[in-house]
Design a protein around this ligand. Structure first.
Ligand code: C2E
Ligand code: MG
Ligand code: MG
Length: 650
């Protein structure tokens, strides 16, 4: 309601006076002006009238019997429902204290009698306008309050939504940060976070020289076999289990991270020295070397651990990790399931390996590889039965390097595929040359070592075909040597490739037999023709009855499966005789000859046409003992050769 809207006709005025004439007079005046009037002749009647119907304004006489105007005013003002009604006192008294009292008890105005009509109406209008303005303000206030309430509620809702959104965003940010710093599978820190922690540790050593830390590099042994044979799901479960075992060994200040694959790293902070790092490595070994039961499989695992002691001598972060990695490889080389502490020697060795790796890539183009040939002797006849081709690297600076130093590296780098192909071609060609040049060589066989990657190479048998065709060597004059582990990988595919080779009459031999993991009962599945017993069994055969039994058992097994046996590493006459007595078909070793370069091998071949090695020490060979492939019908009596002394022939 605004002040304009307050029309006089609407306004109700209560007139209170104990003098009826006064009431009448005022009523007339007011009604003429259009006000609605009601009257009360006493204070009490006035209060009743106010209760019954609330007037817009009260004209209140002061001097009244019983309740005077002040008391009435006070009562009305005490009641919250009526306290806002404007009250104009009308009194004949014109004293200041009375007027002051009138205002003190809540009066809005004071008019003295006799009053001027116009003034009275003006004052009434003024009070009504004031009242109306007050009401409007009150109304606006209420509206404002309601609006404020609404807006506050809205704001609260918006606030809540924003808070929720914020929380979500923070959670997403946190997850993103976590994800970028952690490994998804194990939830362990990843390389980035690990390197941050190593950087902190390094800066600690720079600030305080007594502060020591160590980095451990862990690699699970033979994890690939688990993954390949039991599937990635089991492999993943194993990694999670191992992550848990490692974490459980560490202190709160240490960090374990998964770098990827089966590689974990551990940062040991604030330690007393290398001893602490070694202790931790031992604890980790024990924790990891366990049986894990995963999805119905019992898995035994172990880890190789490399340790690098951190310190201010490291300028670059990555170098610490690299050194721990080098030490880990050293642990692997020492036979796995152990730890190795990094030292300067390892660093130099590794440098050499790196140099070798880059040199190796060029060695083939530069024609730096050569083949040596180690004779293989028939123990029955004492005659030369063939050669094993063994590769060497004629390094321009380091001289002749043995395959033990570079075959593993060339397998790791994939270089073995072209290198192996070169060896195969070269060996086949050499054998063909010998066969062409010397009739006695027609019965000889060349043995060539194969690496796993070669066998897995698509079209390998085709490559062998091509080489045989190009060199003109017959399939039966070639023997390929495989290792037991090669048979255990991708069994079905391997059998297929081997069968293709057998279809070409190529002989297949298992090299270093007895050192791998193959089960004997497994052997018959592979189309293998020959077993080469590892030299570790032959070497100790004399003074170790257990080894003698092993050799005998392998021999029986091979013969049951219609395989021939070659004994590797025959170094003495005694071994040679024992092997012959056991029925071993062939022998190879320093007793007969070390591997020879091509020229010396040719000489050996030529000489071999004129002798027969005394393999059983008695020097007497019967005609039936002559190797059936030998062109010579009559064996030659042994003549001692320069590379070993066979003793006197009786
Ligand atoms: P392997 O195939 O078992 O070759 C026999 C190794 O034993 C040769 O070592 C040979 O010199 C050595 N040896 C022969 N007789 C005796 C003996 O009486 N006593 C002792 N202690 N050792 C003897 P080498 O030439 O150093 O070759 C080492 C290994 O390198 C070979 O073992 C073979 O696994 C690998 N290798 C050699 N050439 C090739 C190749 O062309 N391709 C592949 N993939 N591997 C090769
Ligand atoms: Mg071999
Ligand atoms: Mg061998």
């Amino acid at each position: 309601m605004n002040s304009q809207a307050v029309s006089q006709g609407c306004n109700k005025i209560l007139v209170v006076d104990d003098v009826v004439d006064n009431l009448q007079l005022l009523t007339n005046i007011l009604q003429r002006k259009g006000y609605q009037v009601c009257c009360a002749e006493s204070g009490k009647a006035a209060l009743d009238a106010v209760q019954a119907s609330k007037p817009d304004l009260i004209l209140l006489d002061i001097a009244m019997p019983e309740l005077d105007g002040y008391a009435v005013c006070q009562k009305i003002k005490e009641n919250p429902a009526t306290q806002d009604i404007p009250i104009i006192f009308i009194s004949a008294v014109d004293e200041v204290p009375d007027k002051v009292r009138a205002f003190e008890v809540g009066g809005a105005d004071y008019v003295t009698k006799p009053f001027n009509q116009k003034e009275m109406i003006a004052r009434i209008k003024h009070q009504l306008n004031l009242q109306s303005a007050r009401q409007e303000i009150q109304h606006l206030n209420l509206e404002l309050e309601a609006r404020v309430k609404r807006r506050t509620a809205e704001l609260e809702r918006t606030n809540k939504r924003l808070r929720n959104e914020n929380r979500e965003r923070r959670r997403a940010e946190k997850k993103l940060i976590f994800d970028t710093l952690h490994d998804e599978l194990t939830q362990l820190p990843n390389r980035t976070l690990f390197m941050e922690r190593v950087a902190q540790a390094l800066s600690c050593t720079r600030r305080s020289p007594h502060y020591q830390f160590a980095v451990l590099f862990l690699d699970l042994d033979r994890f690939k076999i688990v993954n390949d044979s039991l599937g990635h799901a089991v492999g993943d479960r194993l990694l999670i289990e191992v992550a848990g075992k490692i974490s459980a060994c560490l202190g709160p200040q240490d960090t374990v991270a998964r770098l990827g694959g089966d590689e974990f790293t551990v940062l040991l902070e604030d330690i007393q020295g290398g001893r602490d790092a070694v202790h931790m490595a031992e604890r980790l070994q024990v924790a990891i070397t366990q049986h894990f039961y995963l999805e119905g499989h019992r898995i035994v695992t172990s880890a190789s651990i490399g340790i690098a002691m951190g310190g201010s001598h490291y300028q670059q972060l990555e170098a610490i990790l690299r050194d721990a990695d080098i030490a880990m490889y050293q642990a692997k080389a020492r036979g796995r399931a152990c730890y190795a502490m990094f030292d300067q020697d390892m660093y130099l060795k590794n440098l050499r390996l790196l140099r070798m790796e880059s040199d190796l890539r060029q060695a083939l183009e530069r024609d730096e590889f050569v083949l040596h040939y180690q004779p293989i002797i028939s123990l029955k006849t004492g005659r030369l039965a063939g050669f094993e081709a063994l590769v060497r690297w004629q390094h321009p600076v380091d001289g002749l390097i043995s395959p033990g130093e570079f075959i593993a590296l060339s397998e790791d780098t994939g270089m073995i595929v072209p290198l192996g192909a070169w060896v195969l071609r070269e060996a086949c060609q050499q054998m063909r040359i010998w066969q062409d040049r010397y009739p006695a060589a027609a019965a000889l066989r060349i043995s060539v070592n194969l690496a796993s990657k070669q066998l897995q190479e698509p079209g390998f048998s085709q490559r062998v075909d091509n080489i045989l065709q190009e060199t003109g060597l017959r399939g039966e004059d070639l023997r390929l040597e495989l290792t037991e582990s090669m048979l255990m990988e991708r069994t079905e595919e391997t059998i297929q490739v081997l069968q293709k080779l057998r279809d070409r009459n190529i002989q297949l031999s298992i090299d270093d037999f007895g050192t791998g993991y193959s089960s004997l009962s497994y052997l018959h599945r592979f189309p293998v023709t020959t077993l080469k017993i590892d030299r570790s069994f032959i070497g100790k055969m004399n003074h170790d009855t257990e080894n003698f039994e092993i050799v005998r058992t392998v021999m029986t097994l091979a013969h049951t499966l219609s395989m021939e046996v070659v004994a590797e590493g025959v170094e003495t006459l005694e071994q040679s005789s024992q092997l012959r007595d056991l029925g071993c078909e062939y022998g190879q070793g320093y007793f007969f000859s070390p591997p020879l370069d091509q020229e010396k091998a040719s000489e050996f071949l030529v000489e071999s046409m004129h002798w027969q090695v005394n393999v059983n020490g008695d020097g007497i060979e019967s005609k039936s003992d002559v190797h059936p492939r030998s062109r010579r019908s009559k064996p030659l009596v042994h003549q001692p050769l320069h590379w070993h002394d066979l003793g006197e022939v009786s």
